[in-house]
Design a protein around this ligand. Structure first.
Ligand code: RB5
Length: 149
């Protein structure tokens, strides 16, 4: 199950991604927004992040105008590794090396065709499982623990 959410800057791209998911029978849960209205990207980023860390969803996709604000917000949730990707190489590396669990996209940055290729690559690429990558991720967990209140 994929959690998906956007602010107004990502609304159009979110609709396109959900149409793609519908056509491919890919299960997703839409965390809004549900109509084009101005909202704060930080509010959407945290609900998608919580859906992933709670185990309700396996992966998340978050979209704002640039993908920057919503990825910064999601990455404040412990356990979230949100990767802002602008091409398919980044999407593949985000999974292979970083085991990213959230994909962030910029709705005002990417065309729909490229964005869908990024989404497909992100969903289909597994984590490499190599120990050097796991060690680096483990160090991120330590940073989270050291900075938790
Ligand atoms: C909203 O205008 C815009 O600031 C937001 O979508 C995002 O790009 C912020 O990082």
């Amino acid at each position: 199950m994929i959690a998906i959410g956007s602010d107004h800057g990502g609304y159009e791209l979110k609709e396109a991604i959900m149409s793609y998911f519908d056509s491919e029978n890919i299960e997703y849960k839409d965390f809004g927004i549900h109509k084009l209205e101005a909202v704060d990207y930080s509010d959407v980023g945290v609900v998608v992040a919580n859906a992933v860390t709670s185990g309700e969803c396996d992966l998340g996709i978050i979209i704002c105008g640039t993908g920057i604000g919503i990825s910064i917000a999601a990455n404040k949730v412990p356990g979230i590794r949100a990767a802002l990707c602008t091409d398919t190489y980044m999407a593949r590396m985000a999974k292979e090396h970083n085991d990213a669990n959230v994909l962030a996209l910029g709705g005002r940055v990417l065309g729909i065709g490229l964005a869908l290729d990024i989404v497909k690559t992100f969903i289909e690429t597994p984590f490499s499982q190599e120990s050097r990558h796991q060690n680096r991720i483990d160090k991120i967990v330590v940073i989270e623990e050291q900075n938790s209140k």
